[in-house]
Design a protein around this ligand. Structure first.
Ligand code: PLP
Length: 381
């Protein structure tokens, strides 16, 4: 007898219908040919012909397999992966590093395994979903502190017990603003807490040769672990957790998102290495990106409810309260040829719906001017 899935499909559809009524429905969109103001390819590495050719040449020379064939613990380990870990750990001035298949996997593996039930995980309230999910899989006590609020963090540190871990993003993915890393690191020292910094949006953008904000602030020795992801400015896919040798060995043994998954294919590792080699060259220069960011911010017009969140990073968020309104503005910009996406509630708090505009080395000053002009017309005329 055939099984009927009708009842569950009706239930799922009802949930989807509610989501639509609440203006929270997500759907996938292909926006070919529009000007990119939404990708995380800040340094344009994903579209770099130089990197593509280097990867092609190296992959051919190494006649690399199409797949990793297994997890790192079984058939998926290679000397190439181990050397890449050493190279990247050295670049980020850490003792060791461990590759993960994505930033999501790195955070889930790290946060789910690092703390036991007597311990405490403390996260900024705007922390990325991958860290929230990792913490949810942990038996540790959990606290949230108000965004970038060191006073509130201190209150939570006073309540914490066992081994304490504090999680922040150096650049917040949705607001683009920076964590006050020096103050947070000093509080962590005072309370004997271990600081973990997700550098997803700072890698390639801040610090000498794009080493990240921890490096920019000279805090390498004060941070327990850092997560550098490769899907943003590095233009590829995957991530590395850098820290001590002990941490690396611990994650190999306990991080389930590392253990129970097929490793990244060699082709991806070659791409990551070629991209990092661009950062490592003497003439690596991301000044243009920072000039573009300043240009975008200069003279940006705001009102009481529509405003730009203060950010020095390529992530520039224009708050336009209300899912319908934010979505409508993004649609109008798309019709004018700009790929700008709205970030809606529940991804961001209600009233903080926004256009998340990201800037890249491949954007021109003229494109930024045009974008600002159209945005102003849509919002204020
Ligand atoms: C702060 C932060 N951490 C982690 C991730 C996950 O990285 P990945 O896209 O490599 O899974 C993201 C991506 O959205 C992010 O913004």
């Amino acid at each position: 007898m055939e099984v009927s899935h009708k009842a569950i499909e009706i239930a799922l559809q009802q949930t989807l219908d509610k989501r639509k009524r609440d203006a929270m429905y997500r759907s996938l969109q292909v926006n070919d040919g529009l000007i990119d103001f939404c990708s995380n390819d800040y340094l344009s590495f994903a579209r770099s012909a130089i990197i593509r050719q280097q990867v092609k040449r190296t992959a051919e020379e190494m006649s690399c397999l199409s797949g990793a064939t297994g997890s790192r613990s079984i058939s998926g380990n290679t000397s190439y992966a181990e050397e890449l870990e050493k190279l990247l750990a050295g670049f980020h001035q850490a003792e060791a590093g461990l590759l993960f298949n994505s930033g999501y996997d790195a955070n889930v593996g790290l946060f789910s395994s690092i703390a036991g039930k007597e311990d405490t995980l403390i996260c900024d309230e705007l922390i990325h979903a991958s860290i929230i999910d990792g913490c949810r899989l942990s038996y540790a006590n959990r606290f949230r502190f108000a965004h970038n609020d060191t006073e509130d963090l201190e209150k939570k540190l006073q309540k914490a017990k066992g081994n304490i871990f504090v999680a922040v993003e150096s650049i917040y993915s949705m607001d683009g603003d920076m964590a006050p890393l020096k103050e947070i690191a000093s509080l962590c020292k005072q309370y004997n807490a271990n600081l973990i910094v997700d550098e997803a949006h700072a890698t390639g953008v801040f610090g000498k040769q794009g080493r990240g904000l921890v490096s920019h602030d000279g805090l390498e020795a004060d941070v327990f672990a850092r997560v550098h992801t490769f899907g943003k400015a590095i233009g590829c896919h995957g991530a590395i957790v850098v820290g001590s040798n002990v941490l690396r060995n611990y994650l190999i043994n306990f991080a389930r998102s590392f253990i129970f998954t097929t490793a990244l294919p060699l082709h991806s590792l070659i791409t990551v290495k070629c991209a990092y080699q661009q950062l490592m060259t003497e003439d690596f220069d991301n000044t243009y990106l920072h000039q573009l960011i300043s240009h975008f911010k200069a003279g940006f017009e705001t009102t009481k409810d529509v405003f730009l969140i203060e950010s020095k990073s390529p992530v520039q968020s224009v708050v336009i309260p209300g899912n319908e309104r934010a979505r409508n503005v993004s649609k109008q910009l798309q019709l004018k040829g700009f790929d700008v996406r709205a970030i809606l509630n529940p991804s961001v708090p209600s009233g903080k719906e926004r256009l998340r505009i990201s800037l890249h080395q491949h954007n021109t000053f003229e494109q930024v001017d045009q974008l600002k002009k159209h945005l102003k017309e849509i919002l204020f005329d």
